[in-house]
Design a protein around this ligand. Structure first.
Ligand code: BTN
Length: 322
């Protein structure tokens, strides 16, 4: 990666002198490199004595965010950034099969065949969202993989709260909602044999700007832009998400579900509410708890407790369910 871009990735001015010292080249050579970067399309402002500053818009080019990472694993493997792919989940699977390490990331500006849950399509127009997939190679048994979905929802909720001031709630298993509208969906895909996970793909689609979701979903979907106290850059959100996710995965590995359960419950809009579940099973009842494998425990009117592993869950009072 280009060291000058990395130094400028914070968005602040960095003096020509600091760059020349860091790279061990003359100020004139720094200037030549800046000119070359501009020719490649980078927008670099010269602020006289203050030095140089990157003024590129809301780009997700890894050159602009790798320098800000606070992680040791996530974002430290292979990072792929594309203008358009079919689906970042599909691309990262190909990377996994080619041997990409744990923590690798694939980001696209748009997806031509973005995948949603339950075989649905996910709309991912250019530049309108944070369409990203992570590659994990965890050592946990396959039946615990749904706990990674819980961590992902918590990490994204934390990132959105810290960078945009949005109080997002988690609708089990994998939606983030705010004011009754969905802002983010999660799609986990697993490659495993009965007792070992080969890899997990963690795909997240966060609506950032107007136009991120189809007009017919207005009222049920929202974008960060519509709800934020302060509008963050997508790369700020990404860096925060990766940091939160790494720390949650570490807690999960160290302490199991117990390590994240209370935090999860505090951010859930499902627990304690009346829910309607459709899919492999159809039932209505009160969502009482999440068990140690990430399943939802729902008590129906007859007093029976049901363990729900997946399916569509509507929560009374959230996203149109009355
Ligand atoms: C859902 O709520 O149905 C899940 C949506 C997941 C969308 C993301 S966008 C990035 C990643 N790549 C995909 O094809 N899907 C996920």
């Amino acid at each position: 990666m280009n060291r000058i871009l990395e130094m400028l990735s914070g968005g602040n001015f960095v003096s020509g002198e600091a760059i020349s010292r860091e790279l061990g080249i003359s100020r004139a050579a720094v200037w030549k490199k800046v000119v070359a970067l501009r020719e490649q399309g980078w927008q670099i402002e010269s602020g006289g004595k203050r030095g140089y500053r990157l003024t590129a818009g809301d780009s997700l080019d890894p050159a602009l965010w790798v320098g800000s990472l606070t992680t040791t694993r996530l974002g430290r493997g292979e990072n792929r950034y594309e203008k358009e792919v079919s689906s970042t989940n599909t691309v990262i699977k190909e990377m996994a099969l080619a041997g990409a390490p744990d923590g690798s990331v694939c980001i696209a500006e748009s997806q031509s065949a973005g995948k949603g849950r339950l075989g649905r399509l996910w709309s991912a127009p250019e530049g309108k969202g944070l369409w990203v997939s992570l590659l994990l190679r965890p050592t946990m048994p396959p039946h615990l993989a749904p706990l990674i979905t819980l961590c992902t929802a918590m990490a994204m909720a934390q990132a959105v709260r810290e960078t945009a001031g949005i109080d997002a709630r988690i609708k089990w298993p994998n939606d983030l909602v705010c004011q009754g509208r969905k802002i983010c969906g999660i799609l986990l895909e697993l490659s495993a044999d009965p007792d070992r996970i080969e890899y997990v793909v963690v795909g997240t689609g966060l609506n950032m700007y107007e136009g991120a979701y189809p007009p017919e979903l207005a009222g049920r979907a929202a974008a960060v832009e519509e709800l934020a106290d302060r509008m963050p850059l997508r790369r700020e959100l990404l860096v925060r998400y990766l940091a939160a996710m790494e720390s949650l995965l570490y807690r999960l590995k160290r302490d199991g579900f117990e390590g994240i359960a209370a935090d999860y419950a505090a951010q859930s809009c499902t627990l304690g509410s009346m829910v309607h579940v459709s899919g492999a099973v159809t039932l209505t009842g009160t969502a009482e708890a999440i068990d140690e494998t990430g399943a939802l425990l729902v008590r129906t009117e007859d007093g029976e407790l049901h363990r729900v592993l997946s399916g569509d869950v509507s929560v009374r009072g959230v996203m149109g369910y009355v």
